[in-house]
Ligand binder design. Sequence first.
Ligand code: GDP
Length: 523
Amino acid sequence: MTSTFKDEVLSRRTFAIISHPDAGKTTLTEQLLLFGGAIRAAGTVKGKKTGKFATSDWMEIEKQRGISVTSSVMQFEYEGFRVNILDTPGHQDFSEDTYRTLMAVDSAVMIIDSAKGIEDQTIKLFKVCRMRGIPIFTFINKLDRQGKAPLELLAELEEVLGIESYPMNWPVGMGKEFLGIYDRYHNRIEQFRVDEKDRFIELDENGEIKGESPIKQSSLYEQALEEVMLLDEAGNEFSKDRIANGTLTPVFFGSALTNFGVQTFLETYLKFAPSPQPRNSNVGMIDPVREDFSGFVFKIQANMNPAHRDRIAFVRICSGKFERGMNVSLSRTGKPMKLSQSTSFLADDRSTVDMAVSGDIIGLYDTGTYQIGDTITSGKEAIQFEKLPQFAPELFVKVTAKNVMKQKSFHKGIVQLVQEGAIQLYKTYRTDDYILGAVGQLQFEVFEHRMKNEYNSDVIMEPIGSKIPRWIEETQVNESLSSSRSLLVKDRFDKPLFLFENDFALRWFQDKNPGIKLSNPME
Ligand code: GDP
């Protein structure tokens, strides 16, 4: 194998941004793409707020919401690195795909709004990153506004998320009095709203400003110095290894909107973020520089063109080089395939990919061949990457066919969509009612839409609210314990579980039935 292939792989950095809606993910992404030259103007990355929709053929729901496949993966080059940013949608668009996207990255960037601290969705996404042990880089945003005290934010990281942190830089003031950041890593001060040529002030070996500078007179500078001293003495030590194994998060302060601290963040991030990592499979670890092409499907996006019913299967390349027209096989079925129709992703348009390597994401046009978690490989050996975890749904609906005469298409549709990983299906014990579970509302909408359009089946969806699913041992099934507050159902593998109405119902049940062992696959 030539060294150029290896160099290509080593230049990849593939990450997702995790955050709660409104923390500034879109804004930061745009700034990063601007640095990389992938876009020319801010406002290009589509968010649902902009009301700008992509071209004509997206599925109706996507159009209404302004989501597009094009913003699912963005790629740009910077200083010899090729960076892939994978989108993790928020709000109503939150779905199992959002979680699974985190299976396809090598690191994550966590954005926190300095005024709000750590919010719900950040916690959920963080847990998935934690489970994988991937490095997490924290960007605390909106320093141009008054927010929580920096020390308080660090305490939240430890208390709410349970991760230790190392501040790479430290704010000097904030809001109206934001003067800049004290950059511990580069031993310099980066001044806010100061021209590029004067922006950086070097520090001496004691970590103080050399010579004269107006910022030196400020009490905010004094305060920052004191706090940095405190961090030096009582804070965590910097450790490259602990960053790499995800037990220490480097923290960067900045302001995405004013493009402050973003470039420093990007450059430092690229230094410490991992290149594509080996992946576990049924034949052991697969090295990213191994010659045979391999990858797995982590997301299937329904769409696209109603006339063709096609969808895009997103594949994370784990080894080798992808070339258009190459022959591969699908490990699950052993079926040979030619990968001729594929697409790579750049900020604003879909472009055809000719070559991609480990770490990159390719989109394959899919007419129903792929399932979530599928492995494809060009090698002779039918390798299968480790199964993707299941994520416990939180929202549930009861689903029935509107037209009782059309039960057949109704069942076919449900079975296929569930197999594809679009949604979770549960059945009640006595009455065989169908209950669907999802982590976000959009999954239900997509399900309903696809049942109608692809299977010609109108469905009735009755929300039964949010539930807490807990699995039990098969030997412990006792149908008399099923009630509306603790509904006993089986999942698609016939494994029994209870859907509890709320935390209270769960605790009450546990008190009454201490012998029943309840488990949650997320924990
Ligand atoms: P997302 O929902 O996480 O993608 O958040 P957006 O990037 O859309 O940002 C949400 C809002 O916060 C928008 O109005 C942004 O202009 C604003 N915003 C983002 N970054 C900053 C920042 O650094 N400072 C301030 N003041 N506002 C910001």
